[in-house]
Design a protein around this ligand. Structure first.
Ligand SMILES: Cc1cc2nc3c(=O)[nH]c(=O)nc-3n(C[C@H](O)[C@H](O)[C@H](O)COP(=O)(O)O)c2cc1C
Ligand SMILES: [Mn+2]
Length: 508
């Protein structure tokens, strides 16, 4: 057996400050740790960049890829792909954790990291590195920058995938940070796709109801913390900049814009300012998605009119490939953060006995399956944990399979989970289905598009049956004295690595 799963309570870790301030410094760290691969041969942004990224990332251990020469580029840009990807090590480097921690420990640490808040810091325009070059109006030509077309069926070139988009609520003034895809239409015209309910969409519609255009600021080369943060859901009253600052242990540096009242991330690589007017639509999409399929059909979507551009010399643009695991940019970090938030939700509800949770990234980037581990304390406990996990805010969207395992099973270890499913679960008795649950049009398992928002969930009890806990056979475990004796002689026996850590042993 492997290590037991993480404790349900978040440890009170000391506040950490990451060792880098922006994308460039983070890339330098990656290189120093052997986590960066530079590609200096010319690469075409049209399907070739994505093909190289997809092929390299068929292995979970793929490095971040810095494409230094994009064929035909006249802007001096390079493109960073797979910046986080399936790598828990790069996730750890981005949030200041030890890359050697187990996934279960990273989930536990992440719970404390995402609970911290540090307010942004204002810097003057002249101090802001993003203002090395500032362009206005007709001097701006976004077609000069590399904008990948990822998949053969994509509807266009996407300048924005690994991006952050800022909008403000006209009612509260609260600034939202979201990651929304952006298809390039022309030198100063960029599509902005937001799905229903997203804050960027709610903000822009609130401006339009007042008869005003919606101001936006978008950064296309962005550090991994702002990127991760922008793709997470926070409440409409929370400051997502404060969360990002908390994750870095340092306030996010912001500066004033030229034309809009929103701030500009001062250390970003390439930033645009603009407005989105009601009724100004152009055909957008589709784009190959995190599900491993194309998402929505091409449809008319709002367009940003770009009025100012800020950039550093030789900017590094961040591109996020959406694909089947392990090739998806939102691999490791989505799974870790979602698992942390599921544990937070279960703790808030006061569910006893939960010892760990994992939303495995191979299940459509952590959306499809949640495994929860627990110590059974009373009859009906497993059913309670399964139902509450299935519908807690952090897990309710999309998740189809909720699997409960005993606390001797590590939910992050799929070998262990399959063992539990195969030896402790009796399908005829241990599976319940809930229907008409919260899902998405991106799930292709129901063919009729209108049905897709209504999902269903299987609750799978892969714990030892509570009625027969006492009679349930002991697993084959080592006697602890024998384990200790062998572990002490491990090197002498000719093994070069340290002995495996075992924590559960045979009981007389
Ligand atoms: C690479 C990437 C691309 C994304 N593209 C979109 C998109 O085009 N539209 C959208 O609504 N959400 C998209 N998302 C998901 C949103 O970023 C996510 O739902 C986030 O919570 C949105 O922020 P909000 O909660 O402040 O609205 C994308 C996420 C990632 C990581
Ligand atoms: Mn938001």
């Amino acid at each position: 057996m492997s290590e037991p799963s993480s404790p349900a309570l978040a440890p009170t870790a000391p506040a950490r400050t990451v060792q880098w301030r922006d994308l460039r410094e983070w890339v330098a760290q990656l290189e120093q740790k052997g986590e960066l691969q530079r590609i200096d041969m010319p690469v075409n942004a049209d399907e070739e960049l994505a093909a190289i990224t997809y092929m390299a990332t068929r292995s979970e251990r793929a490095k971040a890829l810095l494409f230094e020469t994009i064929a035909g580029d006249t802007s001096g840009s390079s493109v960073l792909a797979n910046m986080l990807g399936a790598s828990k090590e790069r996730y750890a480097l981005a949030v200041g954790l030890d890359p050697d921690l187990s996934i279960a420990k990273m989930i536990a640490e992440t719970r404390s990291i995402i609970s911290r808040r540090v307010a942004p810091v204002r810097v003057s325009k002249v101090e802001a590195p993003v203002n090395e070059i500032v362009l206005h109006g007709e001097d701006i030509d976004l077609t000069r920058f590399p904008s990948p077309k990822f998949w053969p069926g994509d509807g266009g070139r996407y300048i924005g995938t690994g991006d952050i988009t800022l909008t403000a609520s006209p009612e509260t003034g609260r600034i939202n940070v979201g990651c929304y895809r952006q298809m390039l239409h022309g030198p100063r015209r960029v599509g902005l796709y937001c799905s229903p309910g997203k804050h960027g969409l709610l903000d822009r519609e609130a401006w339009w109801r007042m008869g005003k255009p919606c101001e936006v600021v978008v950064a296309y080369g962005i550090d991994p913390v702002l990127f991760m943060l922008a793709a997470q859901v926070f409440g409409a009253k929370e400051s997502e900049f404060d969360v990002a600052g908390g994750m870095m242990g340092r306030g996010i540096e912001l500066t004033d814009a030229e034309n809009v009242s929103l701030p500009i991330p001062a250390r970003a690589e390439l930033v645009i300012e603009g407005t989105v007017r009601e009724g100004d639509l152009l055909p957008e999409g589709p784009l190959g998605e995190f599900t491993g399929y194309y998402g929505r059909e091409r449809s008319p979507q709002p367009v940003i009119d770009v009025t100012a551009l800020h950039m550093r010399q030789s900017p590094i643009l961040t591109a996020a490939l959406m694909a089947k695991y392990p090739s998806c940019e939102i691999g490791a970090y989505y799974a870790i953060m979602r698992s942390a938030r599921i544990l937070d939700d279960l703790e808030r509800m006061g569910v006893p006995g939960v010892t760990g949770a994992y939303a495995h990234p191979a299940a459509a980037s952590g959306w499809g399956i949640v495994v929860v581990s627990m110590q059974q304390q009373y009859a009906g406990h497993v059913s309670q944990v399964l139902s509450l996990t299935a519908q807690c805010p952090a897990a309710a969207y999309y998740t189809k399979w909720i699997i409960a395992v005993d606390d001797d099973v590590d939910p992050t270890n799929m070998n262990d989970v399959m063992w539990a499913l195969s030896t402790r679960c009796h399908p005829a008795e241990d599976i319940d289905i809930i229907r008409k649950t919260w899902s998405t049009g991106l799930d292709p398992s129901q063919f009729e598009i209108e049905r897709r928002p209504y999902g269903s969930k299987a609750l799978i009890d892969a714990c030892k049956p509570h009625r027969n806990l006492k009679q349930f056979p002991q697993p084959t475990l080592l006697r602890s004295e024998v384990y200790e004796r062998v572990a002490a002689r491990w090197a002498e026996l000719g093994f070069s690595e340290s002995p495996p850590k075992l924590t559960t042993f045979y009981k007389e």
